[in-house]
Design a binder for this molecule. Structure first.
Ligand SMILES: [Ca+2]
Length: 197
């Protein structure tokens, strides 16, 4: 065996050893290859270390599936600055501020907040929904005004047909009107927090 053949044989042996070293462990999580990722024994610290359909769960420090798992969802930063309801009439007969609540429809179930009386910036801190989210996920948000004794009026203010992995990784989605003619000048932030698998 000349030097070149000996060098090639040593190189081949080293590749076999690397393959053996990275092939064992029996874990589903990516094995730390000593490169620039950070999914080794200490776990992940950024989403980019994970596969494209995964997220780095900040609670477990593990790369986990983004879809087909439960999330806790909350609503925040709600603001409705219209002075009149979308049909052009005053919010209240006496000119008062609206009495708003939001309804979130997903996985074929409707979840509504409590009514926030007489405010343009309602707080829905007690509102929490837990549901399994998939990629092609229909999400609908309705804004309603409960001007008692009249029946509540509702307007569909945003509809989504899918959830991208970057949205679930970011954990927040700011919803703005998809059709300004229906109800302009409002916004709401929908937050996602992955629950334990
Ligand atoms: Ca009112």
């Amino acid at each position: 065996m000349d030097d070149t053949a000996r060098t090639m044989a040593a190189g081949a042996l080293r590749l076999v050893l690397i393959a053996l070293a990275t092939g064992c462990g029996g874990q589903d999580r990516p094995v730390d290859d000593g490169g620039d990722d950070d999914t080794g024994p200490g776990g992940c610290s950024r989403h980019e270390s994970c596969e494209e359909d995964e997220l780095c769960n900040e609670d477990t420090r593990a790369c986990e599936p983004a879809y087909g798992r439960s999330y806790r969802m909350t609503l925040s930063n709600v603001s409705v600055h219209r002075t009149h309801s979308p049909d052009g009439s005053p919010w209240d007969e006496d000119g008062g501020l609206p009495d708003l609540y939001l309804c979130l429809t997903l996985v074929e179930a409707e979840h509504c907040t409590a009514v926030a009386q007489d405010t343009n910036t309602p707080q829905f801190d007690d509102f929490v929904v837990e549901a399994v989210l998939e990629h092609y996920q229909h999400i609908e948000v309705e804004l309603c005004d409960d001007d008692t004794p009249a029946d509540p009026q509702c307007w569909i203010v945003a509809e989504l047909e899918s959830l991208a992995v970057p949205t679930l990784r970011a954990g927040t989605l700011t919803l703005i009107p998809d059709d300004p003619s229906r109800l302009d000048d409002w916004a709401v932030t929908l937050s996602f927090h992955p629950l334990a698998l």
